[in-house]
Structure formats: C-alpha cells, structure tokens
Design a protein. Structure first.
Length: 406
C-alpha cells in the first residue's frame, strides 16, 4: 500500500486510527498496531512515514509496556540506519513504548555522550524517563554533575524513591544556578523521604531559608506528614490558606511601599525578585512561565489591584487555575493544574514542569479550593525587596537586569 504526500492528513490518520478505531475496540494488540507499522514500512515517501509515526507517537503518549507489533523490528532497523533525525527520534520514542532494547540502548548512548548536542542529550533523557524504570536512578544521580543534563536529571529524580537522592542533590545545591535550585527544591519537596533532609538542610543553612517560598511550603504541607508539618512551623512560621484581614494587609504593604518616597523602588532589582518568586508561573514582558495567566496586560499601574492579587490570590479563582493534589502510589505527591486526563493518563502542570502520569499509578486526585498561586508569597521578603518588586510590576515595559544577573 502506497500513500501520496499529504503530511497533515497522515498525522490525523495516525491519530484517528488509534483514538477512534483501535482504542475503543481494545485492538491495541500486535495486529492493530501492525497495520500502522506496515503502512509506515511500505511508504516510499519519508514525509508520509514520518507523519504516520507522529500520529502513533502522539496517540500513545502516556502508554508504556505494549507488545511490539509484527514488523516493528524491520521498521525500527531501517529508520535507525537510514532515517532523518526526527524520524529516528520518533522511532526511539515508540520503541520505548514497546520495550525495544535497540531503542533503549541508543537513547542511553546519546544521554552519556558528552560530545553530543545538549538538546539531543536532553531529548533522549526525556524519552528514557517515560519508562519510569528504577534502573535510571543511578544514571540520573550521575547526570546531576553534568551541567548539560543537570536540570532534567534533577526533575527526573522526583519520580523515584531512592535513599541516596536527597544527599546527592543537597551536596551540589550551593553550586546550582537559580533555576536548577528551584528544580532541586521541587524534587526534594515531592515526597516525605526527601522533604525531611531538605528541612534539616534549611535548619543548618545549607539551603537558605529565603529560598523556601510559599509555593514550596504549600507543597510540603500537602505531604500531610506530621514531622514535616512541625518542622515547617518551626522554620517558616504559621501557614494560612486565607488572609484574616485582606484590607489591613493591603494597607500595611502600601505603607511599606510609600516609605520609599517618590521613586519607591529599583525596577531592575525588582525584576530579580520577580524571577525568584513569580516568573516560574507568570509571564511578564515575554518572559516567564505559563502555569498562571500572562500578567503583561493586567491593570498593573493600580497598586490596590496589584496587592489584592498578590496578597489574596484565593479571593477569585477561575476553575482552570484551581490547584489539585495528585497522590501517587509510590508516595510522591504532585501539586499543580490537571491539564488533561483520560482512562490512560493524567497530565499535570506543576510549578516547574509538565508531568504525564499513568492512571494506574495514581492513588488519589483532589481538587483544592485554593489557587495555584499561594498566599504568603512575599512573606519572606525584606521591605526593600517588596518595594522593588511592586515598582517593577508597575512599569509599562521591560527593564534590564542588574549587571551580573542572568
């Protein structure tokens, strides 16, 4: 069977065959998958083959451990030896779904090849992480020493419960870039076994207390471990989900801001504070995350508007920004937005990554009554930092970072 070149159509065909025909009929067996494999193998047009593989890869996201379809070995060998880079990547991604030894070995080789491009190494590691194999733990711990793969390796370690992980991360914490430190803190806050050494590190000042921001405190509280909760109270103080008096708190922070005079703050320094506590979730002037809304077009010149949203984010919460707590059967707890879910998997947007979790590994999903943006966000800031942040947020355009800041 030979298809002509209609790339976008072929992608949709690949998706449609799975979602509308094979999936509902429980035909995700060697025969059903084999028909698509034959189509890809027999195609004389590499673009058509690639689109079929794209459709298969997209439809099988979140799946793992499926039997390889008849003829897969032939297609895999042909693509690995002669396909373009994207087609090889698609075949390796699908090979992971099918447990292909060839794909897994090729991916590992790419990950450890320090001569390979960083983007290729991280793409290979991301694909390997989909296997959720405990055999990856030692590799991930080793990769935390490699700047090219460190960030993804640290995030990946959150998916495994290993007694060495907290020590490995904390031993390099002081050498990490600020973004990597955020990844490290999110991983250490993801399960009780990692949270305990994290809090001890804060006590001993290995991890600065100022880095334990409100969103991390909420994540640690979501572990619901008595020891962790007590330690948090001793280190961080009282944690509330709702403000006792919003008006009084807004007025208090306004007085702090006004104390700065006619130019209350420094916008460049405020941008540094924004990057530390806000940019992970919010986008401003084409920079920042996408967990929360883009605030570039918000009414930022109105200090009352700014402070009400910063200090009391739970006053009005659109459903799409209500936080959910997802407890996994391996004791990991995720806090984030459930972007999509079906009978096979959940896609959760946390503060620092998007995680796809097989439904079979989920113990409980609970939608909370609070926003993804926690209260107490500026509680750990000094008065000058508060003034700098508010001043930066009220600027009409982007400002440069201070010299030496990234």
């Amino acid at each position: 069977m030979i298809f002509t070149r209609i790339p976008s159509l072929l992608f949709l065909i690949g998706m449609s065959l799975f979602l509308n025909i094979l999936w509902p009929c429980a035909a995700l067996d060697a025969g059903g998958l084999g028909r698509l494999t034959v189509l890809a193998t027999e195609s004389v047009d590499p673009v058509v083959r690639k689109d079929i593989l794209r459709g298969m890869d997209a439809a099988l996201r979140g799946r793992i451990g499926l039997a390889a379809p008849l003829g897969w070995d032939l297609l895999e060998a042909a693509v690995i030896s002669g396909g373009d880079a994207e087609t090889r990547s698609l075949v390796r991604s699908l090979g992971v779904v099918f447990g292909s030894r060839l794909a897994l070995e090729a991916l590992r080789s790419t990950v450890v090849d320090q001569g390979a491009a960083s983007v290729d190494r991280n793409a290979a590691l991301s694909t390997l992480l989909r296997t959720r194999s405990s055999s990856l733990v030692e590799l991930l711990q080793t990769l935390t020493a490699d700047p090219a793969t460190r960030g993804l390796a640290i995030r990946g370690l959150a998916g495994f419960d290993d007694p060495r992980t907290a020590g490995v991360i904390l031993s390099i914490f002081g050498r990490l870039e600020s973004v990597e430190q955020r990844d490290a803190l999110n991983t250490l806050a993801s399960r009780v076994a990692y949270a305990r050494p994290l809090l001890e590190a804060v006590r001993s000042q290995v991890v600065p207390k100022s880095l334990l921001t409100a969103d991390l405190v909420r994540q640690l509280r979501s572990l619901k471990d008595p020891g962790v909760t007590v330690a948090l109270g001793e280190i961080w103080g009282v944690v509330r989900e709702t403000s006792p008096d919003m008006v009084a708190e807004v007025e208090r922070v306004k007085r702090i801001y006004s104390a700065g005079g006619s130019t209350p703050g420094n916008a460049s320094r405020g941008r540094v504070v924004f990057n530390q506590i806000c940019a992970q979730c919010h986008r401003l002037f084409e920079s920042g995350g996408v967990v929360g809304p883009d605030i570039t077009g918000a009414n930022r010149s109105d200090i009352n508007y700014l402070l009400q949203n910063i200090l009391y984010p739970n006053a009005v919460i659109p459903n799409e920004y209500r936080a959910s707590t997802v407890a996994l059967k391996d004791d990991r707890v995720l806090t984030g937005l459930v972007r999509s879910q079906d009978a096979v998997s959940l896609v959760i947007q946390t503060a620092n990554e998007t995680v796809t979790v097989p439904r079979s590994e989920v113990s409980k999903v609970e939608m909370t009554e609070v926003s993804m943006m926690p209260e107490g966000l500026i509680a750990g800031l000094s008065d000058p930092q508060i003034r700098d942040l508010i001043y930066y947020l009220s600027r009409p355009g982007q400002v440069p970072l201070p010299v030496g800041e990234k």
